[in-house]
Design a protein around this ligand. Structure first.
Ligand code: SF4
Length: 344
């Protein structure tokens, strides 16, 4: 089987071209066809000479993720089910905002972190996605849109823990954010959500200019370990110390996600502790009311509790937003992505 050209990094493509007697500038020409103009045929690369196009076609394919299913929710959110070469599937969610679209991207098939509230985490890790499979989700989403330029924001909040697939994540980010030959997502519009893999979080600050979002969800170690087993390895104090050290681009704030579970972490006492924990950090807090799914052990708090929690944090001068997940009628909301369990 021929290799997918999108599985090569830019430097691997440069090496390949050099080994075949081609000039280095050809690499960026090819990459622009792939990632800016979104072509899937070498014949369409009209500024390459015919022999080079033939050489490429002899050695590579331009692989696309197969769209196994698309569902559209009442609010316009679209959930794609992509089939991978090994027949595994991942989900990607395209969310309409007021004047742009945000894509929620998956980074792994399954997840090893085992957060108790998350459907994806329930059956463990199947495998990491390759960088081409991560980029492929944004590529296919743009390809499906009437105006691909409207997809400007990416959040790594789909299936998987992105920092547990670090090399592929960073290689994908390079392609997604390169403003010359890549997909031109602005780094300030790309958010990587993590359960808190401390060493990799610090690496991310060193290697990229991407915004992290820390999935916190509790205000003490007992509560957090109960919800998120990773807290045993990287307890709160260690995680928050890493957040303080994070190399944040100027003018940006760290985002903390706090899923509100009825009678678990939604009281004003927890809001007070949360404010105290985050006081030393430049923090923005996203409150996410839990989205129940069949068989989930948790419930969603009442609106009154959600609003009271938010009001308390706002009074403490935090930037605080309640994120009402979209696409709930098609199980596309946070923590509800799991279709890979059933092979289509
Ligand atoms: Fe994994 Fe995220 Fe689910 Fe936790 S919440 S199990 S890190 S996908």
């Amino acid at each position: 089987m021929l290799q997918d050209i999108k599985a090569l990094t830019r430097s691997e493509l440069l090496n390949w071209l050099e080994a075949h007697g081609e000039k280095p500038y050809r690499a960026d020409q090819i990459l622009k066809w792939l990632y800016v103009r979104l072509v899937d045929q070498f014949e369409q690369m009209s500024d390459l000479n015919k022999p080079l196009r033939a050489l490429l076609a002899e050695h590579f394919t331009i692989q696309r993720l197969a769209v196994a299913d698309v569902r559209t929710a009442a609010d316009g959110t679209r959930k794609f089910l992509f089939r991978l070469v090994d027949d595994r599937t991942v989900e990607t969610v395209l969310i309409p905002e007021r004047d742009h679209f945000t894509l929620c991207v998956s980074s792994q098939v399954g997840c090893a972190q085992g957060c108790r509230f998350c459907l994806t985490g329930q059956s463990g890790l199947v495998r990491n996605l390759t960088h081409a499979e991560i980029v492929g989700q944004a590529w296919e989403a743009r390809k499906q849109m009437d105006d691909p330029g409207q997809l400007t924001n990416l959040v790594f909040m789909g299936m998987g823990e992105p920092l547990a697939n670090y090399e592929n994540l960073v290689a994908a980010i390079e392609i997604l954010t390169n403003s010359d030959w890549g997909m031109k997502f602005a780094t300030r519009h790309v958010t990587v959500s993590t359960a808190g893999l401390v060493p990799r979080l610090l690496d991310l600050g060193r290697d990229t200019r991407i915004n992290p979002a820390i999935s916190l969800n509790a205000v003490d170690d007992d509560g957090r370990t109960h919800l998120m087993p990773i807290n045993r390895k990287y307890p709160l104090a260690e995680l928050l110390a890493a957040c303080r050290q994070y190399n944040l681009p100027r003018g940006r704030k760290l985002t903390f996600e706090y899923i509100l579970f009825k009678d678990v972490n939604d009281g004003l006492e927890q809001a007070r502790k949360l404010a105290k924990l985050l006081a030393p950090l430049k923090a923005k807090i996203n409150l996410i009311p839990f989205n129940p799914y069949p068989g989930s052990a948790f419930e969603r708090p009442t609106e009154a509790r959600i609003e009271a929690f938010k009001a308390f944090l706002m009074a403490k001068h935090f930037t605080c937003v309640v994120r009402y997940s979209k696409g709930q009628d098609i199980m596309a909301a946070c923590g509800q992505l799991s279709t890979y369990l059933k092979k289509p």
